[in-house]
Ligand binder design. Sequence first.
Ligand SMILES: Cc1cc2nc3c(=O)[nH]c(=O)nc-3n(C[C@H](O)[C@H](O)[C@H](O)COP(=O)(O)OP(=O)(O)OC[C@H]3O[C@@H](n4cnc5c(N)ncnc54)[C@H](O)[C@@H]3O)c2cc1C
Length: 414
Amino acid sequence: MNAQDARGDQFDCCIVGGGMVGASLAAALGSAGITVLLVDRTDPGVMASADHDSRTTAIAHGSKMALDGIGAWAGMANDAAPILDIRISDGDAPLFLHFDHAAVSDAPMGYIVENYAIRRALYDRIGTLGTVTVRAPAAVSSNEADDGQVTVHLESGEEVNASLLVAADGAKSPLRDQAGIRCTRWAYKQSAIICNMIHERPHRGIAHERFLPSGPFAVLPLTDDGSGRHRSSIVWSEKEELAPGFLRLDDEAFSAQLAARFGPHYGEVAVAGNRAAYPLHLQHASSYIAPRFALVGDAAHVIHPIAGQGWNLGLRDVAALAEVVVDARRLGMDVGTETVLARFQRWRRFDNVLLAGMTDALTRLFSNDIAPVRAARDLGLGAVNNIRPLKRFFIRHAMGTVGELPRLVKGEAL
Ligand SMILES: Cc1cc2nc3c(=O)[nH]c(=O)nc-3n(C[C@H](O)[C@H](O)[C@H](O)COP(=O)(O)OP(=O)(O)OC[C@H]3O[C@@H](n4cnc5c(N)ncnc54)[C@H](O)[C@@H]3O)c2cc1C
């Protein structure tokens, strides 16, 4: 029996959705002594398998600091491939933009880790915390807030009380809809085809992003497999209607499509493991808060994966919300009050809207083949490549170390 079971059904915080954002928040709050009930529809053992989610995540330097601070980085460090260099090219144009981590820091710009390894490390960490109770598989049927607390009804008939309810239940967030919070949303008419590949030559920590008319095509460095074979992860944005046809190709034909898109850099290549396609859209909630209620991660905002920043934004939500909650608790305040939640919302909206706008503009600028637009953007890429302060600015953005950073992201204790 852990701490909250001993106290009955009262928690400081109930988090609905134990994906990579909700589980990070549970680990952050639980590490700081806040009692948490974490609810997810899916069994954590299933979530931590490659068959459930074969994607990888680019973890920015600032997010790695936060994962370290909540005790989860050690569990994924062996599965993390450092990003030392990013090379961006536009179709077949010779100009390319080159970002080298050494321009700003000795530390890598970030790491690529498979999603299942991130989830496994988070749940391993949560399992060591007496402050976090996990109910999964389980789902919430309804909730109601009053002046003193929020009551959450699970589909199993169980009822729990908390000071704060957090929705980390993803882009389709049922809790957000129940709270009456609306979203702005538009579809990109692109799908991201994802898979891993094995290749002959080492990637040397270089991430490649090539802008093609149908969407950006990224090759991201992964750790070698158990047999020492070199691996990279592919995020291939393609016209939505063409994606199913590519997924149906046999391995040989699919591998040939990959090789045709990034040339001879990697030597012989072969697709490895699962392939999947994700329809892409932009979405932003009109508010992140309601009485005793907060949205984090994809429940609040969804962006195009062109810059690999969606989860990194979610982790900054986590670090900010954990900080305002912990600060309130240290002052003896109720952690679910409007004052606390308004501080979280003010802090996070600007960063999220800025990144959503930047990724949207990049996607529109590069996902076309109109000659004058192409000439202008190639000149732009070449110009940025020659302006060192501007390059350093972009590298710091990619590292997630720009703006008013929460303590965890700065590498400080919560
Ligand atoms: C192709 C692709 C590549 C990407 N690459 C990157 C990248 O490199 N870097 C990056 O930062 N971001 C990346 N992203 C974005 C990133 O994957 C998401 O931002 C992130 O996974 C969102 O996590 P989440 O926990 O908020 O939501 P989700 O992963 O959707 O988790 C929501 C959870 O809530 C649970 N749930 C839902 N409803 C209920 C309910 N009623 N009751 C109980 N549980 C419920 C679900 O079971 C699920 O576990 C990428 C996205 C795509 C599509």
